[in-house]
Design a protein around this ligand. Sequence first.
Ligand code: GLU
Length: 224
Amino acid sequence: MRDIHVLTTGGTIDKVYGVSGLLEIGPPAFQALMAPVLTDLRFVVTPVLAVDSLDMTEPDREQLCRAVEAVDGDLVLITHGTDTMAATARHLAEHLSPAARSKVVVLTGAMQPAAMRVSDASYNLGTATAALQLLPPGVHIAMSGRVFRADEVVKDTTRGVFVEAPSPDLERILRWERQGGEWQVLTTGADAVTVALMRCDAGEEIDRLTSSAPDVLRHVAGAD
Ligand code: GLU
C-alpha cells in the first residue's frame, strides 16, 4: 500500500472561530477528519503554510512547489483555500521540476470549515483521496464532486462551484456580453460556428469569430 502525503496550506477547511469571534486558520483539520475512517492507507501529514488562499503569494506557491518536490512518494494531496486553488494548481503544473511531474498531485479544500457541523470537508477529502489513486501523473483539483486537470478548471465564485474554465473563444464572447455587446450566428456547421460581434443595438458588426471550441458550439446553441 502506497503512502499518501498530505501537504496542508490553510484555507477555509482549516478555519476555526477564535475567541475573538473571528474566523482564523487553525491547525490542519486532516487528522480529525480521517479519524473515523478505517483504512490501510497511511497518511503522512506535513503542514506547509497556514494562510487564507487570497493572501497566498508567489513565494508561498514556490514554497509549496518545493514541498511537493521534496515528498518521498508519488501521491500528494494538498489542502488549500478554494478562492485561489485553481491558480496554485496551475502554478504547480507549470513550475514543478521535471522529476516531480511523475507524481500525482490533487488539491482539495472546503467551502465550509471542517470544524462546522455542516461542511463539505469530509466529502471533498474522500473524493480527493480516491481520485489520487486513480489519476495519471499531473496536477488536478478534486472539488464539487468532480475532478479536473489544473489547466481546465476555475471556481465559479457566484455559485461556489468548480467548473471547466471557458475556452479563450468562449471567454471572448462572454466578455463581449458583459460589455453589453450582442452577437449573431452567421454560419453554423457540425464542427464550427461563425459569430458576428455587434454593438449593443445589434447594429454594426465590429468583429467576427470562427470557433470550433465545444463550449462555444454549446453556448451559441443555447445549451449552456
Ligand atoms: N478566501 C478563503 C480561501 O480561499 C476562503 C475560501 C475557501 O477556502 O473556501 O482560503
